[in-house]
Write a protein that binds this ligand. Structure first.
Ligand code: BGC
Length: 443
């Protein structure tokens, strides 16, 4: 199967940027040459990661980066989205780890030499463990440490970076890490989630100033994930529960950036669960950004509940990915047009979209027609949003290659390239070939 788009689609023009994305902890390995991070600690705990694995080797990208650049080039993409590992580039005393910086300098030089634009994320969840030992994102100080780290990186990398994102998915770091406890550092409690989120957003704002000072020519912004919320029924209760869920999971992270305040739902929270907002914080957070990165995978359906403000209705009798996530591309279009209505958006990049599928490899072939179908449906949905006026400038497939899928370890494969973790052999899947063919058709 091929991926196709309507002939007159803006997404078939050369100006529309296509890329592939990864994140440091998920692919690098090479842990001996960096400080420990919260994911190293989390993985070492009993019962945290499904297959009891960790990031010590992952895709061994730390050693195989040169061949990985060739792999990226072979896909015909315009851009590569990667993240920098904070514990690899900064020592505990705040000084630079030159070996770590050199790794990224070489990587970026290699990409630029091939005309592949580097989209760099400064934080994709691998907080240095020593900062967690000091309270992590519950400690306001961490936001200022993040600004120092941003300064160190921007000064060292100079003009090599096309685009900086401060954070990848604050929702995941704050909610999954500090409230639900299914991601590192594994804290559980409603008293933590919003506080962590606020400090992350504050860190974003502080870092935007640093980026604009030391890297004014790059495109600087942030990456947010959205799981659009749909009601189980049209009852008043379910609609109210869905609104609460949407505010809590989605709008919580975007509204402060554009409107300088949290959703009104904040007034429904227990005092003890509210963030610690200091005068001036919202102005710091509400900084102009050059672009907004949006990650989309699925939607969720909600209903009212007697105890909780909302509960998720698990998907039944609908198409699912290997993550158990509903395949519902219409939500992608609706998300983009809704955000465009609600906020004064800068240019948008889809910084992640893709799916885990139960891949098998036979005679060096991974015939993942189901993943091609997912991409086809979601690229169509994106095209619809663009036709309705949303200013989307690019799209990144998640992921370049199979990698460490957080609490699910290596058991879920999101790549358009298959990774044999025994041999580190990379094999471009049918979806990778279909993606390459689509990109080659642009005029
Ligand atoms: C994250 C990725 C992750 C992907 C699939 C996103 O939330 O940014 O790191 O692998 O979703 O779960």
């Amino acid at each position: 199967m091929k991926i196709s788009l309507p002939q007159n689609s803006k997404m078939l023009r050369k100006e529309f940027l296509y890329g592939v994305a990864t994140a440091s902890f998920q692919i690098e390995g090479g842990i001996d040459s960096r400080l420990p991070c919260i994911w190293d600690t989390f993985c070492a705990k009993e019962g945290t990661v499904a297959d009891k694995s960790d990031g010590s080797v992952a895709c061994d990208h730390y050693n195989l980066w040169q061949q990985d650049i060739e792999l990226i080039e072979s896909l015909g993409v315009d851009a590569y989205r990667l993240s920098i590992s904070w514990p690899r580039v900064m020592n505990q005393d705040g000084s630079a780890n030159q070996t770590g910086l050199d790794f990224y300098i070489n990587l970026l030089d290699g990409l630029n030499a091939k005309g592949i634009k580097p989209f760099v994320t400064l934080y994709h969840w691998d907080l240095p463990q020593h900062l967690e030992d000091n309270g992590g994102w519950l400690n306001r100080e961490t936001a200022y440490k993040f600004a120092e780290y941003t300064e160190l990186v921007t000064k060292a990398l100079g003009r090599r970076v096309h685009s900086y994102a401060t954070f990848n998915e604050p929702f995941c770091s704050a909610y999954l890490g500090y409230e639900a406890g299914i991601h590192a550092p594994g804290l559980v409690g409603k008293e933590f989630g919003r506080k962590a989120a606020h400090h992350i957003l504050l860190a974003h704002g502080l870092a935007m100033d640093v980026l604009n000072k030391y890297s004014p020519d790059s495109m600087n912004g942030i990456v947010l994930n959205f799981t659009p919320a749909y009601p189980a029924t049209n009852s008043t209760e379910d609609l109210a529960a869905t609104k609460f869920a949407d505010d809590y999971n989605n709008q919580w992270y975007i509204k402060p950036l554009f409107d300088g305040c949290y959703p009104d739902t904040i007034n429904l929270l227990d005092e003890a669960h509210k963030p610690d907002i200091i005068d001036g914080d919202m102005d710091i957070i509400c900084k102009k950004i050059d672009f907004l990165g949006i990650n989309f995978y699925t939607r969720e359906v909600f209903k009212a509940d007697d105890v909780e403000p909302f509960v998720v209705v698990p998907p039944e009798h609908v198409p699912l990915t290997d993550m158990g996530w509903e395949i519902y591309p219409q939500a992608f279009t609706e998300l983009l047009t809704t955000l465009d209505d609600l906020y004064d958006l800068p240019p948008v990049y889809i910084t992640e979209n893709g799916c885990a599928m139960p891949d098998t490899i036979k005679d060096d072939v991974v015939d993942d027609q189901n993943r091609i179908a997912y991409y086809q449906q979601h690229l169509n949905a994106l095209n619809d949003a663009i036709e309705q006026g949303v200013d989307v400038k690019g799209y990144f497939a998640w992921s370049l290659m199979d990698n460490f899928e957080w609490a699910l370890g290596y058991s879920k494969r999101f790549g358009i390239v298959y990774v044999d973790y025994e041999t580190q052999q990379r094999t471009v899947k049918a979806s990778g070939k279909a993606y390459r063919e689509l990109l080659a058709k642009r005029t």
